[in-house]
Ligand binder design. Structure first.
Ligand SMILES: *Cc1c(COP(=O)(O)O)cnc(C)c1O
Length: 377
């Protein structure tokens, strides 16, 4: 579809030059031996898994991480030839596909490992270690389980990894806990080396693991959020600072403009009442597109150089804004998430009571996607 047709109603713009810039920034702080493993789960945090991964490939990124088998298949079918690690669970019945598409499966725990030991075919795996997150992983003291995996003829062990639960936090207790996890992981690796158990490549940090613990040197860093140029939360106290540029912006159109008198209402439940004469514009986007309904009467959008308040309840497919004093007409483009301060993903997510990761990854499949190469910064 032509880009002009994609701008019919509501769409996402992906700024590839911002993505490139972020990769360069991240590479600056990574140790020389550490490669980026690009985390593209959740449709690349709403940025379009195929678009983002193919572009990252052209920047020399060869390692990708997804959450599900289906996401991996999407990548392979779009021509990605690099390594693809499935971070989450794949059912035993589906493991044949892991072999077929040459994926790397995470071993999610001891029980899962037992079931994999005698597979009638061979798959590549990374062993996940639970160092204190207590989500998935083999317990960091369970050498026996790891030994069995390593000697199994059906498993080709290419790596071992763990995940930090609190690397983005800066309170003393959180830092101590992160060091505890790091030490558990490193002690396990030392122990395995002493026993001559080989485990391939090693990785531990995700975005905030890298930004707060840059002294660590592993083979990969699993980078999600900061690739996309924003932070999870509005205010974060991070050890390293990076000049990140938001990759995604969300747009819709003004479909209708009207003037209402003092005392009139807008939208469902009459949730907004005009205190004076107001000019109200309707937009071609709603919560079914992933824009959170909790932002009703709560935040702003950006239109023709000004911020405009959302008024009334956000509907499934439409919403209304107050454009009193702003030059707008039907067909004008409105930005709901973008580079401007009050509509940055961090800020919008904060007002919706969540983090950017959730806000962005929930953007709906109904949105069109457009990529641009030249940053308008
Ligand atoms: C999602 C995820 C990441 C990426 O985290 P970011 O904070 O977005 O960089 C890394 N590792 C694992 C295991 C994940 O689930």
């Amino acid at each position: 579809m032509e880009d002009s047709l994609k701008k019919n109603r509501a769409w996402i713009e992906i700024d590839l030059s911002a993505l490139k810039h972020n990769v360069e920034e991240i590479r600056k702080i990574l140790p020389a031996k550490t490669e980026i493993m690009a985390v593209v789960k959740g449709n690349a945090y709403g940025h379009g898994i195929v678009l983002v991964s193919n572009y990252l490939s052209t920047l020399g990124i060869q390692n990708f991480a997804v959450a599900t088998l289906e996401e991996g298949i999407k990548l392979r079918e779009s021509g990605i030839s690099g390594s693809i690690l499935i971070l989450g669970y794949t059912s035993i019945e589906s493991l044949k596909k892991v072999a077929e598409y040459d994926f790397i499966q995470t071993i999610v725990d001891e029980k899962y490992a037992e079931k994999l030991l005698n597979l009638p075919f061979r798959i590549k795996v990374h062993i996940k270690i639970n160092t204190g997150m207590n989500r998935i992983g083999i317990h960091y003291t369970n050498i026996d389980s790891i030994k069995k995996i390593v000697v199994s003829p059906s498993l080709e062990v290419l790596g071992i990894f763990s995940h930090l639960s609190s690397s983005e936090q800066y309170h003393k207790k959180d830092i101590e806990y992160t060091h505890l996890q790091i030490n558990r992981f490193n002690r396990l690796l030392d122990h395995l080396r002493k026993l001559n158990i080989s485990f391939g490549s090693v990785h531990l940090q995700s975005s905030y693991g890298v930004m707060n613990y840059p002294e660590l040197e592993y083979d990969y860093a699993r980078i999600g959020m900061i690739l996309y140029g924003c932070h999870s939360e509005k205010e974060m106290d991070l050890k390293m600072s990076l000049d990140l540029r938001p990759v995604l912006s969300l747009h819709a159109k003004i479909t209708s403009v009207r003037v209402i008198e003092q005392g009139e209402f807008v939208g469902y439940d009459r949730a907004y009442q005009a205190k004076a004469k107001r000019r109200i514009a309707s937009l071609s986007i709603g919560y079914a597109d992933g824009y959170p309904r909790v932002l009703s009467n709560k935040t702003v959008v950006f239109v023709n150089g000004s911020y405009a308040f959302i008024v009334g309840r956000i509907c499934m497919d439409q919403m209304m804004i107050d454009v009193t004093g702003i030059e707008v007409k039907e067909g004008d483009i409105v930005t709901l998430i973008g580079k401007e301060e009050k509509i940055r993903a961090e800020y919008i997510a904060y007002q919706a009571g969540t983090i950017s990761n959730e806000l962005l990854s929930r953007l709906g499949s109904r949105l069109q996607m457009i990529s641009i190469e030249d940053s308008k910064l």
